[in-house]
Design a binder for this molecule. Structure first.
Ligand code: PEP
Ligand code: MN
Length: 337
């Protein structure tokens, strides 16, 4: 349920609504807006009547949210969410690039990549220290050592860090080292992990599960938001289909319906989506055309020798060309890059 306050409702009136929500064993979520405040509530609201709220002073109306996800829904919050970071805002008119190697490999590669990205105006570097590999014999990532390399790159260059959290045990360390915490496709329904990042105070990039429906994905976002972390960025990265011409089927058709159902920004990862470096640029452009708010691209100074996901990783020259094309398209799409 959503309690919409009158435009000039006082702080005391808002506090009264919050108390009433709490007295019913529910959790209040104040959502300040441009002209008025609304207060969402989560928990088991079925037995709670609208009247109890509508009689309170300062309340305009109480609205039942019909979707199973509440905080993530447009019913609860009409305006697009702008995610704030020290490296700039994500969403609305902004088109944000995140690029970098699949894995953190060593100091030289990490620094070289950070410097290249910043020289091209890209303010976020991706690189996994904890890697969810299909085979236990593949490179598993540098773990905590990798986080140290990322922290050093951030400290010396000022680049924003996006890195994956795989388990609850490393939540504090990953939160500390990152500007955006990545939750991978294999963990989209790891509910204890989602609850844990709900307590973090860094934005979360939530990749779509490789077999997840849009509703399941939004329910996963809801887990994070229900914990009080409202800064969720969705990321489409391809789903499983019968097609074998690409690693996954990049489902760009999910973007327009996602924009209808949720106010959260949505990114696309065409690297994991295609699995082949020559297909990354066309799908990156298509992502922007379909309404994405940003991209996550695997890029490496020497992709042929990357320690993971080499075949889908582009070199800096290709990334540069892609950027040039994206900037042209951004003019048509009315996006800022
Ligand atoms: C990654 O970004 O390196 C990654 C493992 O992605 P996904 O979870 O989408 O497979
Ligand atoms: Mn990868």
């Amino acid at each position: 349920m959503l309690v919409v306050m009158r435009p000039h409702a006082s702080d005391a009136e808002i506090a009264r609504v919050i108390e009433m929500i709490q007295s019913k064993g529910l959790t209040p979520h104040p959502l300040p807006g441009a002209t008025r405040t609304a207060i969402g509530m989560t928990g088991n609201t079925i037995a709670v009547g609208k009247d109890a709220f509508e009689v309170l002073p300062g309340v305009e109306e109480a609205i039942r949210v019909t979707k199973p996800y509440k905080l993530a829904s447009r019913e609860m919050k009409k305006d697009d969410t702008l995610v704030h970071t020290a490296m700039g805002d994500i969403g609305l008119k902004n088109f944000t690039m995140i690029a970098g190697p699949c894995s953190v490999e060593d100091e030289a590669t990490t620094m070289k990549t950070a410097e290249f990205l910043l020289s091209r105006g890209i303010r976020f570097m991706r690189a996994g220290a904890f890697k969810p590999r299909t085979s236990p014999y593949s490179f598993q990532g540098l773990g905590l050592e990798g986080l140290k390399l990322l922290a050093k790159a951030r400290e010396t260059t000022g680049i924003g860090i996006v890195t994956e959290l795989m388990d609850v045990e490393h939540a504090a360390a990953v939160e500390e080292a990152s500007d955006i915490i990545q939750i991978g496709t294999r963990n989209m329904q790891n509910f204890s992990l989602l609850k844990r990042v709900g307590l973090c105070r860094k934005p979360v990039l939530l990749k779509r599960g490789m077999c997840a429906t849009l509703e399941e994905w939004l329910m996963a976002a809801e887990y994070i938001m229900a914990g009080g972390n409202y800064d969720v960025i969705l990321c489409e990265r391809g789903v499983r289909t019968f097609s074998d011409h690409s690693r996954n089927t990049l489902d760009l058709s999910v973007i327009p319906p996602a924009k209808v159902l949720t106010h959260l920004p949505i990114f696309v990862d065409p690297s994991h989506g295609t699995g082949k470096r020559q297909y990354v640029a066309p799908m990156a452009l298509a992502s922007m055309a379909a309404g994405a708010d940003g991209l996550m691209i695997e890029a490496h100074p020497d992709p042929d020798h990357a320690l993971s996901d080499s075949s889908q990783t582009v070199d800096f020259h290709t990334l540069d060309e892609m950027l040039g094309q994206l900037k042209q398209l951004a003019v048509i799409m009315n996006k800022q890059m």
